[in-house]
Design a protein around this ligand. Structure first.
Ligand code: BGC
Length: 744
């Protein structure tokens, strides 16, 4: 037989057997789950739907309850959260093994950005626009957590957020549905690795379903009032991507959506997730969110709340105890069909089988492996690399950065120079004193060589004292270069950390002004879990780096960028407003009938009379130590028929003196459509490394799918007509423009 044909045949056979093998695993798991289900009493089934927290770390009101272990032994608990470590999980699992049917517990934990080694906060990682690096970060977190007995992470958070007042912007991927969807996929793949059942894979959990990021006024837990069109177009895509990537679980959310709490929302959980998207995993409630339907005013008591949640498709109750206390009675009263409970239990047991817990309930609780996996130097190295990839160079006049070889002394000023704990950001695992992230001071010291480094704090983060200014000014005067580290504390962003005022806290901007007035060259490093407002700094300070919270290796990552060991390549995944008054502010807005120029205030245009409507820094913005030229745009087919694809190509050249990476971005605008379409939408991008003088042809493929959107009836369609093509270095810095026409 011809060699090529033989290979093709072999490949087909392999695929066939692979699919066949997968199908038979599905069938045999299905049989095992069903066989177990028939043995279970109603109480035991309800137990599987119940999740308790260990008492150590809580984000909501905890029910003090002494008999958790007794409940586990009686089969009344399906999962525990906040239990980790090979020993602790083994001990608790032993208790579950005392239960009649010996159904193992699932151990869940918020492994949000790293486990032992802390990686940058998710919003920072999003600024890397580097899907491989993001997947690797989640992979390492999963490898460490699973070696510590954890089966399940409550991540990724895939909530789109257009409001930086909301403290949880730090936990997501920013404002864009396309970028957010790619990142959701990368994180799910990273956490779940080669698939559940492998010892280094944990179950992912896409949260918070849905629209939690659109809380009115940026106030955590607040209501969400939104058209279904916006829900589908902007807020659901990353969830859809996570489901398609095989996320094992979903978590619903605290907010109500147009008056229906997400936890009791049938449309979201049954119709969309388990219906339209065919999701086979299970849904866990958010912390106490079943019970919180009472203060919402949606249920009179836990009995009604449990009924609403289970009917809507919420499978597991995290910490409300509404299911354990009421489901049995609800079934007896004929309010809840036991088949609904069976379905929820089936979904949960299925995952326990997939994880291999019925073969060996202790397989993830292996002290030996835990010792080997935690603290691996290569994990620290990956965190350092992820850190520098996440940094965004907002401004760099006169190429002040990287630090020039003529600099002999640096004054390090500011309240965050020596900060350690803060470097980890919110939602990091607390290891106590033994885990000390690298501070900026340490990172700089290590790379400064012969440069003299001095330090003055200047002020605290969030008080009004200027007592330290004089010392800081004196130090600045006697140094060649000043680097100021300012920002928030780590716990000013995160859950329940909404701020109405997102300016640089305290007197930090006054300190920057005072230092700038010395006439010395000043670099400002801003650290925060959200976009901050710092207009004076943005206008006057020549160099600004935004470094978010970068985790265990923060100081080293920042020093790599300061000294030019790494050329910054990050791009903002979220707009930075000039004022809270501009919020919500995002690049992909709908045009009005009176758009007017974005950069100008006033006139009978949409906007403000006291400031432009353009944010301070736009989505996609981020500079490099080199420069890039975009030229020679070609569109292979400007007239697209159904089934066609157009190739949009251009040449990107590194025109500067050092190697660097550019994130070349493709935006499209559907010029005339019903309903109307945003002024720009990110449709593709490529992160490209180029040596000085090097050029590369970049090609984006556009097909009908990329031109499609949800119409008013929520049908996914593409409407014929003209599309504007924008290619550039940010959503505003457009370097090439063209057109495309979609034919009927
Ligand atoms: C948060 C979730 C988190 C859960 C468990 C809740 O307060 O909203 O995102 O997974 O607590 O810690």
């Amino acid at each position: 037989m011809h060699k090529r044909r033989f290979c093709l045949l072999a490949a087909c056979c392999f695929l066939f057997f692979k699919i066949d093998a997968q199908q038979s695993t599905v069938d045999s798991t299905d049989k095992k789950v069903k066989a177990l289900l028939v043995k279970m009493t109603l109480e035991e089934k309800i137990g599987q739907l119940n999740q308790y927290s260990n008492d150590i770390k809580v984000t909501g009101p905890i029910t003090v309850y002494d008999s958790k272990l007794e409940d586990i032994a009686k089969g009344k608990v399906g999962s525990m959260l906040n239990v980790s470590g090979a020993i602790a999980t083994r001990e608790m699992q032993k208790v579950a093994m005392k239960s009649r049917l010996k159904i193992p517990l699932l151990f869940g934990l918020d492994v949000i950005h790293g486990y032992r080694v802390t990686f940058p906060i998710p919003l920072a990682e999003a600024a890397s626009w580097d899907m491989d690096a993001i997947e690797r970060s989640a992979r390492i977190a999963a490898t460490e957590a699973s070696a510590s007995g954890v089966h399940w992470t409550f991540a990724p958070m895939v909530d789109i957020a257009r409001d930086p007042r909301w403290g949880r912007v730090m936990e997501g991927a920013g404002e864009d549905p396309y970028l957010g969807s790619l990142i959701a996929t990368a994180r799910v793949k990273g956490f779940q690795g080669k698939g559940l059942g492998n010892l280094d894979a944990v179950m992912a959990c896409a949260k918070h379903f849905a629209a939690y990021g659109a809380a009115i006024g940026g106030r955590d837990y607040n209501s969400v009032d939104m058209s279904l069109h916006t829900l589908w177009q902007v807020y659901l895509p990353p969830f859809k991507a996570a489901a398609a990537a095989g996320a094992a679980t979903f978590m619903n959310s605290f907010n109500d959506l147009n008056g229906i709490p997400a936890t009791g929302n049938r449309y979201l959980q049954r119709d969309i997730l388990k219906g339209k998207w065919g999701f086979k995993g299970f849904v866990v409630s958010d912390w106490g969110s079943v019970g919180e339907m009472i203060p919402h005013g949606y249920a009179a008591d836990k009995y009604e709340a449990a009924e609403a949640a289970i009917t809507a498709g919420s499978d597991m109750d995290m910490e409300s105890r509404a299911y354990t206390e009421n489901l049995k009675k609800l079934v007896e009263d004929g309010k809840v069909n036991e088949a609904l409970i069976d379905d929820a239990v089936y979904r949960i047991l299925y995952k326990k089988f997939e994880l291999g817990l019925f073969d060996d309930p202790y397989r993830f609780s292996d002290e030996q492996r835990e010792k080997q996996v935690l603290d691996k130097p290569e994990h620290q190295e990956a965190a350092r690399d992820m850190g520098r990839k996440s940094i965004v160079l907002l401004k760099n006049q006169h190429s002040l950065l990287p630090v020039s070889s003529s600099v002999k002394s640096i004054a390090l000023i500011g309240p965050l120079v020596k900060a350690e704990k803060d470097m980890k950001g919110f939602w990091s695992i607390d290891w106590g004193k033994d885990e000390r992230p690298v501070s900026l001071f340490e990172g700089i010291k290590q790379q400064a060589g012969r440069i003299k480094i001095n330090f003055a704090k200047g002020c605290n983060i969030n008080d009004s004292s200027k007592a330290g200014f004089a010392e800081a000014i004196k130090l600045a005067r006697s140094s060649d270069l000043v680097i100021i580290a300012a920002g928030e504390t780590a716990d000013m962003s995160g859950e329940a950390k909404s701020r109405a005022n997102i300016h640089l806290p305290g007197v930090q901007e006054d300190l920057i002004k005072a230092i700038h007035a010395t006439g010395k060259p000043v670099v400002v490093i801003l650290m925060a879990g959200r976009p901050l407002v710092f207009n004076w700094t943005a206008e006057h300070v020549p160099s600004i780096l935004y470094t978010w919270w970068l985790g265990s290796q923060a100081g080293n990552s920042i020093a790599d960028v300061l000294f030019g060991k790494y050329n910054p390549s990050g791009k903002l995944p979220i707009s930075f407003p000039r004022s809270e008054g501009q919020i919500p502010v995002y690049y992909n807005y709908l045009n009005t009938g009176r758009p007017g120029p974005e950069e100008e205030a006033g006139g009978y245009n949409t906007g403000y009379i006291d400031m432009p409507r353009l944010p301070q820094y736009v989505f996609g913005h981020g500079l490099s130590y080199t420069t890039f030229e975009y030229k020679d745009l070609t569109v292979s087919k400007s007239q697209l028929m159904t089934g066609d694809a157009a190739e949009i190509s251009f040449v990107l050249t590194n025109t500067g003196k050092v190697s660097g990476e550019e994130v070349a971005q493709l935006y499209l605008r559907d010029v005339v459509a019903q309903p109307i379409r945003p002024v720009k939408e990110l449709k593709d991008f490529q992160k490209v490394f180029l040596k000085p003088g090097e050029s590369k042809k970049i090609t984006f493929k556009i097909d009908r799918e990329k031109l499609s959107f949800y119409d008013s009836e929520l049908n996914w369609i593409a409407q014929p007509g003209k599309f504007d093509i924008y290619i550039g270095s940010s959503s505003k810095d457009i370097r090439l423009q063209g057109n495309l026409y979609l034919q009927q």
